[in-house]
Design a protein around this ligand. Sequence first.
Ligand code: GDP
Ligand code: MN
Length: 381
Amino acid sequence: MDLLEYQGKQLFAKHGVPVPEGRPASTVEEAVAAGEELGYPVVVKAQVLIGGRGKAGGVKLAKDKAELEQNAEAILGMDIKGFTVHELYIEKASEIDEEYYAAILLDRTARKPMAMLSRKGGMDIEAVADEDPSAIAIEHIDPLLGFRDFYGRKLAFEAQIADDVVGPVGAMLGKLYEAFVAEDAVLVEVNPLLITKDRQVVALDSKVTIDGNALYRHKDTAEMRNPSDEDPQEQMARERGLTFVKLDGNIGILGNGAGLVMSTLDVVAQAGGEPANFLDAGGGSKAEAIVNAVEVILSNEKVTAVLFNIFGGITRCDEVANGLVTAFKQLKPSVPFVVRLDGTNDEEGRKILADADLPNVHIEETMLGAADRVVELANAA
Ligand code: GDP
Ligand code: MN
């Protein structure tokens, strides 16, 4: 579960991580009241579960009430990469001297938490990793030792941050680690980690992801969830009872069974394609579930081709084929579909598809063949 910036900062504050003073606001009136209370200048910040708000115009400085009113009005309701702004965070403005980057995350391969520190913050950390990987220092934390001071000094030295803030930055990393462990987070990110003009060390932004399986022991955090903040496509899938995860690519994926869908993602990636989603239509997928699933997959405008990979066990391939025929009648998709049906009633399923003579549906016998085909079609689009 991802937290909004201000929710993450509330957790930070609880664990002693310094953050600027601020108030959430969901109307212009609330925003103005917050500004009057905090004192100007303030920053007006869109609260959405996506990064890059600054570049999108969702972070604006206001030096007085009039500017605050104007900015709050402009940012509320704004669309940032498909997310609508329902809420603002009004924060006392900070004076920037330097912007660093810090994060604690779970490195599953190393089976340890990992701390990261960079002197190049305030920008996209992926871009830093591409252009100047040496600017990012990384240290795995021994969970039995916890975050010791030497980790902080080592990171600070390798990231070549300014000498005068080595102590306080190390201390902040230690507190972020405490928050990470105590709150069952899988990611805690601070970008920028701000060094103010008077050399104070402050978390100016927060990105916190809590392990959803641990929410039962964090009632307060669980209550922070607001379904209308989440990705619209994931919301749509959840309302329809589908197991769905949005990904970055352009190839829509549908399969039955989590294991099969995961291996389908791998095979598509191996064939040189980029999956747009994980979608498990579940065992025994009925026609209606298939129609729902196709609708969810196609609601992502990036999708240029779709792969159906069905292994019939409890699921019957003829049911899936009927679902696909219905979905084509209702939704009239304009992108190509590659369909691989194997297992229970696969011949019947293929016959149904052949009889329906659906436009732009390509039948493949094998999973690898289907992956190659869908990548070819997606790239041609
Ligand atoms: P993001 O774009 O979604 O990552 O939002 P951030 O919270 O990181 O804000 C983006 C940028 O806005 C920061 O990197 C800062 O340069 C700027 N910014 C945010 N808060 C303040 C502030 O209090 N004072 C000043 N001067 N700039 C700020
Ligand atoms: Mn940021």
